[in-house]
Design a protein around this ligand. Structure first.
Ligand SMILES: [Fe+2]
Ligand SMILES: [Fe+2]
Length: 272
């Protein structure tokens, strides 16, 4: 079956993805629900700022991109109701669906590496500080954020100055100025910001910001650049979401193509 056909078949079945209540996956749902309970409890504005100081120092480890991808093979994402297969398979599927659709090579590469920031788990970070949907901290929580009821337990909910519409931000300050909840998206953006086009960097940095790219929330914090880049983030999303297909393309077959692509855009070693 070609990737295009797989993609069309999967598109017919969109409603079955990101379903957080399906009874047939109740065990998975419990894991996801517990994940978001912890995420929404602990991801305060101060936590995000502290994690940036700590982890954007990039003083942990030097690895080739392939070594980081190898590590991802050992990780199962607790926030994801759709997959229990190794991350590398998800990355190959995302990128191969883009490649089959004739997307530009920088976008195919972005598909291939977009979850590489999950190596944070390798440094001992808990999953609630690595994966899951992201959201702005330091201002009011949108009710469109998944499991938003759990924000009642976040200490920031008791700080009125962090709960107004704009919170600590100026109107239309731009997302770059917004302290998003901490995770693999923001981390990888900073790691790769000198190496990829702006469209790719938006895809990486905001691919888990569903309240924005799917629900249309938080436009009041966006500037003209964010609005111009939003369609690219939206273009990325179906590949991330609907290519979580249990049929796996093999790494051995596609590896030479991605070796060339990695060499074209990224340095041989990355400083994590
Ligand atoms: Fe991701
Ligand atoms: Fe992904």
């Amino acid at each position: 079956m070609s990737n295009n056909l797989e993609h069309e078949l999967l598109d017919d079945n969109k409603a079955s993805f990101r379903n957080y209540t399906a009874p047939q996956v109740s065990e998975t749902v419990d894991t996801v629900r517990e994940f978001y309970r912890l995420n929404h409890l602990h991801q305060t504005h101060d936590f995000v700022i502290a994690k940036k100081v700590e982890l954007l120092a990039f003083n942990r480890q030097t690895m080739t991109p392939w070594a980081a991808l190898d590590y991802l093979n050992t990780l199962v994402d607790d926030s994801d109701p759709d997959i229990a297969l190794p991350q590398i398979d998800h990355l190959i599927q995302t990128a191969e669906a883009m490649r089959a659709d004739g997307q530009p090579d920088w976008m195919v590469l972005t598909g291939f590496i977009h979850d590489l920031g999950k190596v944070l788990c390798l440094f001992g970070e808990p999953q609630w500080a690595v994966v899951g949907d992201t959201f702005p901290t330091g201002c009011a929580y949108s009710s469109k954020i998944v499991y938003s009821e759990f924000f009642a337990t976040n200490p920031d909910s008791q700080r009125p100055y962090l709960q107004s519409k704009y919170g600590v931000y100026a109107p239309n300050c731009g997302l770059d100025a917004v302290q998003m909840s901490w995770g693999h998206d923001e981390y990888l953006y900073h790691l790769l910001r000198d190496h990829l086009p702006q469209e790719a960097l938006y895809m990486i940095r905001y691919h888990s910001f569903y309240a924005w790219h799917r629900e249309g929330e938080y436009d009041h914090l966006c500037n003209a650049q964010d609005r111009a880049m939003l369609p690219w983030v939206q273009k990325f999303n179906p590949y991330d979401l609907y290519s979580k297909n249990p049929n796996r393309p093999t790494l051995a077959v596609v590896k030479p193509y991605y070796e060339d692509l990695l060499a074209k855009y990224l340095p041989a070693n990355l400083q994590f």
